[in-house]
Design a binder for this molecule. Structure first.
Ligand code: CO
Length: 220
């Protein structure tokens, strides 16, 4: 049976490296965390949240699932949002998708992969909602990338419409919800120009983000 000793060795080296810069780092972090950001991203192994935004342990609260879906009945995701907003008092929630997302591609093609097909129904709902934009694109890769972007926009709105976020805004808590997308091919994050900081802004921000779509150039 294979062992995972190499991972445990990597861990020792990593911890030593951090302690070499700040000998109290882990001790201080063990007392409390106070991240300013909640990251909701895809489980994809190529999109490691902390690393791509250059944040250390303690600085980013993270929830990841296949294709960064925020569903109003998903107790797991909702609990993460609630804890982050009500207890940790994060100032920003970042919904981050990525181009070339396998879950999005499978949803677009209606591939049958097993249990996950049911999870990807959420993406197919997004696809159906934006059929007009998508059906006008002949290139499959570009169509998939557009759906990756549309999905981020939809999930960003879903975050803004949770009771947790609406209640936070109602009591005057400072909180912004952002939609970003990451390029696997260049390691660069792009802002999808949707940033919502009040309940009343939600639909305006949504239509503004969508208005860029019909004529938008494909990502380079
Ligand atoms: Co993905």
């Amino acid at each position: 049976m294979g062992t995972l000793d190499h991972l445990l060795q990597n861990n020792r080296a990593w911890a030593e490296g951090i302690k070499a810069q700040d000998s109290e780092f882990f001790l201080k972090l063990s007392h409390q965390q106070s991240p300013n950001y909640l990251w909701i991203g895809c489980s994809d192994s190529r999109v490691p949240a902390n690393q791509i935004v250059g944040l250390l342990p303690g600085e980013l609260f993270v929830h990841r699932n296949v294709s960064n879906v925020v569903e109003h009945t998903d107790l797991n995701c909702l609990s993460v949002i609630q804890f982050a907003v009500d207890v940790l008092k994060v100032k920003h929630i970042i919904v981050c998708g990525h181009y070339g997302c396998g879950g999005i591609r499978a949803a677009l093609r209606s591939d049958r992969l097993g249990l996950i097909d049911n999870w990807l129904r959420h993406i197919q709902n997004v696809r159906q909602k934006h059929e007009k934009i998508l059906s006008s694109i002949t290139d499959e890769t570009i169509r998939c990338d557009r759906l990756c972007e549309l999905n981020v926009i939809e999930q960003t709105v879903n975050v803004s419409q949770t009771t947790v976020v609406r209640d936070a805004w109602d009591r005057g808590q400072e909180l912004s919800v952002h939609g970003w997308i990451y390029g696997l091919q260049d390691g660069i994050l792009r802002d999808l120009n949707i940033c919502i900081s009040r309940s009343d802004d939600t639909m305006l921000a949504y239509s503004r983000a969508l208005s860029r779509f019909p004529n938008q150039e494909p990502p380079d």
